[in-house]
Ligand binder design. Structure first.
Ligand code: APR
Ligand code: ZN
Ligand code: ZN
Length: 361
């Protein structure tokens, strides 16, 4: 029998979201219905609401979620009802060229549910990032469910499904931060702070956090930043060089997504160092660099897409570290809220007051 639940719907470009009844069908072949227990509020949800991703309104928002599998369709063997899972927006196929070449984070045949959730009148909904978890139940592809230890509280576990994973992975997977490295992170919101934490767990010797907001720098210090720089008060490139014996950092992670901060990252790294771009730029942004500097400084310029994560490998491992007290994921949950408070949470996010607001159901 289909389920009826309340969901957070973005009905039209720029319109405030509203709670409306959502019909969730029984899972078809390869699909699962998940009882959502928590779902974080992410910039991408706001971006959907503003029409910045596509025009496929109405959207069912929410995509950083954890919950319990309630039902599975035919042919599903990887998860079963009762499993505690984190949802991911990149269920890799395992067969495309990217997967076969060992770069599944670039899979171009990812799985989503085939059926649509709908409004009461039958209007099909577009679930944010193929998830749509601001609702007490949602329909996903079974491959979007990654089983983890049920001991991790849902408000924390769900965050690995997007922004926090993006930051941790930018440091650990893309940047390859290793014991003894010096790291600088430019922009310390939820993603940048997670990059600080990832660098700390990976054994970096110095972690320099850069932001224009002192509150973010205080948070970054909690996650393991050894030094903080407010780039309104000091040139961050010079500050990072000063703090690294004049060299620049081995790895610089840019978590803002702007040309000027990317340029700072480029010049703040040591010769042969690595720059990781995890902040998402907009289409019109351009960057001009002297080609001789690209040539002369060596090293690598990388981008990190969802932290280059492989959910089935990374989520259980990170939850394990969290349960051992070695990964401070609790620090990302600034507040827990109800489904009806998502619009307020967008405003707080916009004002930079939260790392994450998390809806708990
Ligand atoms: N220099 C340094 N920090 C800056 C600058 C700047 N010029 N401009 C903004 N910031 C800081 C903000 O103060 C904030 O702390 O960058 C941070 C951005 O953080 P959030 O707005 O919380 O965004 P977050 O969720 O961390 O995502 C950052 O990564 O995945 C992408 O789409 C996401 O582009 C976004 C970026
Ligand atoms: Zn693939
Ligand atoms: Zn997200």
């Amino acid at each position: 029998m289909p389920y009826e639940v309340q969901g957070v719907i973005a009905g039209g470009k720029g319109e405030a979201v509203s709670l409306r009844p959502v019909i969730v069908p029984d899972p078809g072949p390869g699909e699962a219905v998940v009882g959502v227990q928590a779902c974080g509020v992410c910039h991408t949800d706001l971006h959907y609401r503003e029409g910045g991703i596509n025009d496929d309104f109405p959207f069912l928002l929410g995509h950083e979620a954890a919950g319990v599998v309630e039902a599975v369709g035919d042919g599903v063997t990887a998860v079963e009802p009762g499993d505690y899972v984190i949802l991911n927006w990149r269920a890799v196929c395992g067969n495309c060229r990217a997967c076969l070449r060992g770069r599944p984070w670039y899979c171009f045949a990812t799985h989503n549910a085939s059926q649509k959730m709908t409004l009461e009148d039958g209007t099909p909904l577009s679930p944010a990032l193929g998830i749509g978890a601001f609702a007490s139940r949602t329909l996903v592809a079974a491959g979007q469910c990654t089983k983890v230890s049920a001991e991790a509280r849902p408000a924390v576990a769900g965050l690995l499904g997007c922004g926090v994973m993006a930051g941790l992975g930018a440091a650990i997977n893309t940047g390859g931060v290793t014991r003894g490295d010096t790291v600088a992170v430019i922009g310390c919101g939820g993603v940048g702070s997670a990059a600080v934490l990832g660098s700390s767990v990976a054994g970096a010797s110095r972690i320099i956090a850069v932001d224009i907001d002192d509150r973010k720098l205080e948070w970054a210090a909690r996650f393991g930043a050894t030094h903080t720089v407010n780039s309104r008060d000091a040139d961050p490139v010079e500050a990072i060089r000063d703090l690294t014996g004049g060299h620049g950092a081995d790895v610089v992670i840019e978590a803002v997504g702007r040309p000027e901060t990317y340029k700072q990252a480029f010049y703040a790294r040591d010769l042969a160092g690595t720059v990781v771009l995890v902040g998402v730029p907009t289409p019109e942004m351009m960057l001009e660099l002297p080609l001789l500097d690209v040539f002369g400084r060596g090293g690598s310029l990388k981008s990190s897409w969802y932290g280059d994560c492989l959910p089935s490998r990374d989520f259980p491992m990170l939850i394990d570290l969290y349960l051992q007290g070695r990964l401070d994921l609790d620090g990302f949950v600034t507040e827990t809220i109800t489904l009806g408070e998502v619009e307020d949470a967008f405003a707080k996010m916009h004002r930079g007051e939260v790392l994450r607001s998390v809806v708990v159901l």
